[in-house]
Structure formats: structure tokens, C-alpha cells
Design a protein around this ligand. Sequence first.
Ligand code: PLP
Length: 430
Amino acid sequence: MHNTLKERDRAVNWHPYTQMQTAKDAIPIVRGKGVHLYDDKGKEYIDAVSSWWVTLHGHAHPYIAQRVSEQLNTLEQVIFAGFTHEPAILLSENLLQLLPGNQHKVFYSDNGSTAVEVALKMCIQYAHNYGKAKTKILAFKNAYHGDTFGAMSVSGRSIWTQPFKDLLFDVLFIDVPTSENLEHIKHIIYQHKDEIVCFIYEPLVQGAAGMLMHKAEDLDELMKFCRNQGILMIQDEVFTGFGRTGRLFAANYLSEEPDIMCFSKGLTGGTMPMGITTCSDDIYNAFLSDDQYKTLFHGHSFTANPLACSAALASMELLLQESTQSDIQRIARQHRGFASVLSAQNQVENVRQTGTILAWEYKTGKQTSYFNEIGKLLYEKFLQRGILIRPLGNTLYLVPPYCITEEELDFVYAQIINISSSFEYPKIDS
Ligand SMILES: *Cc1c(COP(=O)(O)O)cnc(C)c1O
């Protein structure tokens, strides 16, 4: 008798962000096509969260598959120290053209967390190479920049980071800027300006914090202040990049230019893992020297993997097509319409939107938190109806792939209204 995929999975796999003792069996997915995932029983799911915010053009996209497969038959991998290849050259050329004008160099790594680690090391060693003893980092409260130690350190302190708190480096956390608190934030920064080497931030949308949003004009003002204080800026576009905000990058809403930018998630269209850290000439030049000690001693085995580069090249080609750009605008428009419907629901609050990202909270009489029970119950209800939505506690959000059709998105909205208006709020005894 054969064991099921679920049983075999349970026997050997440890899943991310999952309490394995109480978690339900993972759903075995056997294939994907466009916005849909299919499980081993043939059940179809609409992937309304782009599989953890990575998928841009849908699953198993034939054009990306073709380009990766051509690359696979040509050159699958080569050491990137001392060697190079055209996919990495072309990807850097193409990406830099789309970024703020000061971004001139590309450093490759494997995921969003490593892109952040590289950015932090660039800033700290920048100061070191110029003989300055500045190591303090500025970050937003509730920030999320990844799960490796450096990335955790610059992320908001939470239950996720609690066991490691004594080992995380010291960070100055500030509120996200609003027109009311900007002067106060500037005052705090000013008091520490001589120690602060850099400011790392998620521009416009703080994803893992629960899709919290702030205004471009307030961020711009804060960036300008940091620039004037000689504080380097790391703009983490791991989530916001590649169209999510309604423009190619959150940077397109800002007039200030960051020194360093981080990318991953949608970079390869969600096909292959890859991270990118880009920087200005000012950063790059600080590492140029006859002195070997000024080198950026960082690298990963799979740096600039040609397969990942070719997936990214194909995905960016698709992203720049007029039809994709109009899909992005259409999703943003549909979201705006649905946002007003949602706002009228009396269990719903804080409806907010930036481009293709829509989020809201359910009132539960309890504090918004990742562990809020309602999230788990809603997750199950949506799955039953063939929709993958992964609440962050009582925060729900939609981040669909751009290939989702108008009808499919309307179907998702209808299910949301249906479920949230019939939802019995759980009674949780304290
Ligand atoms: C997801 C995320 C990361 C971490 O990326 P991983 O690829 O999961 O390591 C970093 N920054 C932001 C803003 C993210 O959303």
C-alpha cells in the first residue's frame, strides 16, 4: 500500500512558519497554470497571494519556461568570481535602466534576506573603508527585511525574533513618517546622526507587518533629511518591486534616490530564487583600492546563477509588455472599486490599497496580531472555496499575479464578501 503525498510529507518535511504539531497536513500541489494551482485530487485553487508574493505572470509560464530551458541546455551554472556570462550582464543592463539614475552596479545573491545582508555589509564597510566608526542602523518599527541574522536585526522585534533577541544588533527604530510626526522623527535621528550609518526601509508598503502603508511624500521628506545628515539609504523593494505598487518600482513614486536597493521575490517572475542588491557609484567606489582589505568579501555559491538570470530576463520582458502594464492598471482599478464595497461592510476596517496590493482588517475586538485566530479560520474557508488567501492574523490582503482575469478577480471579491458577511466570529475564552 502506497503512502499518500501528505503522509510522506509529514514524515520528512519541516515547513516554514509552521507549528508542525498543530498544523494541518500540507496540501500537495501537483501542477500550476496561470493563476491556478492544482492539488493531487484535481482541486483547483486561485493563487490570490502570488505564492508568498513572488509569482508575477502566473504559474508555469510557457515563455519563462522556454527561456530557462534554453539556458539549461547552454550553461546551467558557472562560478561568478573570475568569470561572467551574458545573462548576468544583460540582466544588470536591463534592470539598471529601470532604476533611479544613480543606481550603477549590481551585486547578485540568492533571496531577499541575502540581498538585505549584502546591502547592510555594503553600508557598514563603506564607513569602515573611509575610516569612520559608524555602525548604528535606522529602521522602521514593524519592519520586515528577512529571516537571516542581519535581516532579522533590522526587522521589528516580534514573537518571530524573540528567541534571538540578545544576539540581534542594536537598531534605532522609528515610526513610519506622517505629516504629524515627521518633525519628531527628524529630531530623534538628529540626536543620533553621528552614529547612524544607514537607514533601511520598505518603501510605501510594509508587507509582512500586515501591508501597512505610508505616503510617498512623507517618505521623500524623511529621505531628504537622511541624505542631508549623511545617512546612507537602503530601499528594500524585495516585495514592492516589479509592478506591485502600480508602477514598476516604489522608487517611481519618490523623488529622492536611495544609495542602495534590494530586489528578489518578483525578480524572476517567481520562477527561481534570486536576490539583487544595486548601488550607486559612491558606494561602489568606496571599495576600490590597492588595498585588498577594502574588498567586499561576500559571495554565495550560486551568485548570478544563469538559469535564474534567464528567468528574470524573460519575466522583465513580459512585465514591460503593454498588455501586462494594462493588466496591472486594471487590477488596481478593480481593487479601488472593491475597496469601497469592503469599506461599507461593518466587520471590516482600515481598507487600504497601493496599486495591486489591497489589504484590510476584520474587527475582532482583539488587537491586530499575527496569532489572531480569525486568520486561520478564514484561511480554511477560502481554501474550501478554491482560493488561496493567507491572512496575517486578522489582516487580509490580496496580491494577485498580473495574469488574473477581471472575472477571476471578481470571483475572489464575491467570495470575500460572501464569507465575511456570513462569518461567525469565534468566541475565544481567555
Ligand atoms: C520577503 C521579504 C524579504 C525576505 O526575502 P526572502 O526571499 O524571503 O529571504 C526581505 N524584505 C522584504 C521587504 C520582504 O517582503
